[in-house]
Every structure is written in C-alpha cells, then in structure tokens.
Design a protein around this ligand. Structure first.
Ligand code: ATP
Length: 238
C-alpha cells in the first residue's frame, strides 16, 4: 500500500539558509503523524512547502499518488490537503460563520457545506454559540479552533495542523488535543506539528524529531514518548 503522503529527501532554503536539509517521511491514510522539535527546527517550513506556499530546492512530494512539486497552493487544497497555520490566521472582521464558509470556497454542495459547518459547531460548541460575532472577538484558543474548523471545511484527505496548542491554557490545550483524537477516530488523517512533545506523541501513531533541518529520530508515538533522549530533550526530564 502506498502512503497518502510521501516526502522524499526534501530540501527547502530561504536564500542561502537551508531550513530543511533533506527529510523523508510518510503519512498513511488514517494515521496521526507528528513532527516535533524546538524552535527553528524546520517544522513550519516543511508544512508551508507541502501546501505549496514555499518552493523546495529539491526532493519529492507525492500526495495521493500525485507529485505536488510546482503545483499551486489553491490546487493543492483542491487535491485534499488542508493547512491550519500557526498563529491566528483567521479573518477578524468576518463572522465565525463566514470564516467557516470561506474554508469551503472550492465546494459547491450547499447542503454538504451546511452539514460541515454544523459539524464544526458540534466539535467546538463555542463557535456555534458565537457564530454571528466577528471572529476577532474570540480568544486565542478559540481562534485556533476556528482555524481548525475552517481547514476541515475543505473536506481534506490530509489535515495539517501547525502548533494548534500554541499559547493556550492547559485546559484549552487538552480540549484541542481531545478534538484531534476525535477527528482521528472519525478517520481524518493528520500531520501535526507541535512543540508540546508530550501531548503530540501521546496521540500520534508515528513521530519524527526534527533538529536544525533534519529528522534525527523516528518511531511510533509511544516509542518516542519512552525514548530517553526524547525525554531529556523535549519532555524536560533530567
Ligand atoms: P517554530 O516552532 O519556532 O516555528 P520551526 O521548527 O517551525 O520552528 P521554521 O519556522 O520552519 O522552524 O524555521 C526553520 C529555520 O528557517 C529557522 O532557522 C528560521 O529562522 C528560518 N526561517 C524561517 N522563515 C524564514 C524566512 N522567511 N526567511 C529566512 N529564514 C527563515
């Protein structure tokens, strides 16, 4: 069986600085795969390259059997790869409902879109309660939920989440992680970038540790969670 996403020897540079130095990994349909690592390891650069926002200098990206190299970002969304970016990339002046509708910009099935908006409200009840309010009035964590909900509106085959727990209170973080588990149990395939290694590895099928542009260690989420070097470097143990 071929994987849903296959990345082979991917390299990405900003001018002379090589941020991703030849990484390879794959994501099977139905899996949650996580990339962990400290600031500047190249995780965000990897996701932005997969979405077509950055051009790789070399390497192969195969998504659902098709090469993504050189494919425009909006076409990549149409192929089924959605990206919930780091930070608050929602439209603050539009309502929550309008933000969700924008996530479905490639779809024409009105009934299906309505159903999926309802699904986002079921996943995140606060979004439903405040559907008519400007999205800029949501808290950081709630905006993160909206960004996830919006990415789901394109009915992606693969959902990429960049640091969904960033800046969240422990309770909000638990809620986001529980939602990721719920999405997984509904069959969504997820590529999760996280600095919170404990949370990410706990729910991931596979994990990869990135350091300065390289994958230095790979394994199942559970293996990495119990790996001594990971525990020391990323889980704050002596
Ligand atoms: P973080 O968790 O802090 O976002 P990351 O693992 O996602 O870290 P990247 O954001 O991918 O790391 O950054 C990888 C490297 O590329 C870093 O050294 C960073 O300074 C550099 N970099 C990122 N964006 C740019 C840019 N637009 N121009 C130049 N260098 C950049």
């Amino acid at each position: 069986m071929t994987a849903l996403l296959e990345v082979e020897d991917l390299r990405v540079s900003y001018g002379k600085i090589e941020a991703v130095k030849g990484i390879s990994f794959s994501v099977e349909a139905g899996q949650v795969v996580t990339l962990i690592g400290t600031n500047g390891a190249g995780k965000t650069t990897t996701l932005r390259t997969l979405s077509g926002l950055l051009k790789p200098t070399s390497g192969k990206i195969l998504f659902d059997g098709k090469p993504l190299n050189g494919v425009a970002a909006h076409k990549i969304v149409a192929l089924g790869l959605a990206h919930s970016p780091e930070g608050r990339h929602i439209f603050p002046r539009l309502t929550i409902a309008e933000n969700l509708q924008l996530g479905a910009f490639l779809r024409k099935d009105k009934d299906g879109i309505e159903k999926d908006i309802q699904r986002a409200y079921d996943l995140f009840p606060i979004l439903g309660e405040r559907r008519k309010q400007a999205a800029g009035t949501l808290s950081g964590g709630e905006q993160q939920m909206l960004a996830m909900g919006r990415a789901l509106m394109s009915q992606p085959k693969l959902l990429m989440l960049d640091e969904p727990s960033m800046g969240l209170s422990p309770i909000m973080m638990q809620k986001i992680m529980a939602t990721i588990s719920e999405l997984k149990s509904q069959g969504t395939t997820i590529l999760l970038v996280e600095q919170n290694a404990q949370a990410a590895l706990s729910l991931a099928d596979q994990g990869h540790v990135m350091e300065v542009g390289n994958i230095v260690l790979s394994g199942t989420g559970q293996d990495l969670l119990h790996d001594e070097s990971v525990r020391k470097a990323y889980l704050g143990e002596d």
